[in-house]
Write a protein that binds this ligand. Structure first.
Ligand SMILES: [Cu+2]
Length: 65
């Protein structure tokens, strides 16, 4: 599992957009967003750089947590 901090993720719309983008890159990915601490946990075969790119594609900034 890889964990990221996404500070500009603030509501259910954000988490849905992030999940959708990650799953379009890896349909088997498991994504858990936590709005409480602005973290996204991902289980995927994609590497960290690819996951950050997918989150960026959704319009958010991710840094490794
Ligand atoms: Cu939002």
């Amino acid at each position: 599992m890889t964990r990221f901090t996404v500070p500009d993720m603030s509501c259910g719309h954000c988490t849905a957009a992030i999940e959708k983008e990650i799953k379009s890159a890896d349909s088997a990915a498991q994504v858990a967003c936590d709005l409480g601490d602005h973290s996204v946990s991902v289980t995927s075969t994609l590497d960290s750089a690819a996951l950050i790119a997918a989150i960026k594609q959704a319009g958010y900034t991710a840094t490794p947590a």
